[in-house]
Design a protein around this ligand. Structure first.
Ligand SMILES: [Zn+2]
Length: 260
């Protein structure tokens, strides 16, 4: 694996990963080569990006069109009180650079839509959906299906969290829309829902951290991903439930051959 040879400093920085038989030097080199697209620098994207940066991925493209608000700081741990009003993408870049200056953090301080999203997904090794609305989730899924990119999807509201991996590189894998079919009627108002319903702060940490874990496993080809399962957490009882997710042969997104 030339091109991602690890320096002496890197062998130290990543030594606790390298010590793991399952990861080792080769796995760490694969992590070093991975370009992660993190959409949303909020409650889920914060912990996810923290661990991707500390673990030494090549690049993190951090997409968020919002600015840091006082109400974000209860859970969005990339950001600080003094950065209220600053773009979340830039605030996140600031934090991630301090953790690991080797990681190329590319902030995109805007909401990305169709053509830009396609390009970003195409360039990514793995996509992490840390967004907070249904329309964005559907758009991300469409691009991941189109370019056969693994998608690590997380969600958290109130005390309920969920995580799933959709990896269309494997034939027979479902996509996000197989599980949650696009429904224009439910697209509206989800953002407002999140701000009125509340969310338990550490729940976003649990789910976002698991998204990083799944992304790093996929990047290093270690273990088994959550592909084909939806894992749900009730944080009130701290009980997990797992549901198998099948490909929907009538899915409007993945059943058709790639639609441009
Ligand atoms: Zn599908």
């Amino acid at each position: 694996m030339s091109g991602t040879e690890l320096s002496d400093d890197q062998l130290l920085r990543y030594s606790r990963h390298i010590l793991l038989n399952e990861i080792g030097v080769e796995g760490q080199q694969r992590i070093r080569a991975a370009r992660m697209l993190v959409i949303g620098a909020g409650g889920l994207g914060s912990p996810a990006a923290f661990y991707l940066a500390s673990a030494g991925v090549a690049a993190i493209v951090l997409v968020d069109g919002d600015a840091v608000d006082l109400t974000n700081l209860q859970r969005q741990i990339l950001h600080t009180t003094e950065r209220i009003g600053v773009s979340k993408a830039l605030s996140g870049q600031h934090t991630l650079r301090a953790i690991n200056p080797e990681v190329d953090v590319i902030p995109m301080a805007r909401r990305v839509e169709a053509p830009d999203l396609d390009e970003l997904v195409q360039q990514a090794t793995i996509v992490l959906d840390c967004s907070d609305n249904f329309a964005t989730r559907q758009a991300i899924n469409r691009a991941c299906v189109k370019y056969l990119k693994p998608l690590v999807s997380g969600a958290a509201i109130r005390f309920d969290g969920q995580i799933a991996v959709f990896d269309l590189r494997n034939s027979g894998s479902p996509c996000y829309a197989c599980l949650f079919p696009p429904d224009p009627a439910s697209d509206a108002g989800v953002d407002e829902l999140c701000s009125t319903m509340g969310v338990f702060a550490p729940l976003t940490g649990i789910i976002g951290t698991m998204q990083a874990a799944e992304a790093l496993k996929l990047a290093s080809s270690v273990g088994e991903s959550l592909q084909g399962q939806l894992l749900m957490l009730d944080a009130l009882t701290m009980r997990w439930h797992s549901v198998r997710v099948s490909r929907d042969p009538g899915c409007p997104v993945c059943a058709k051959p790639s639609s441009a």
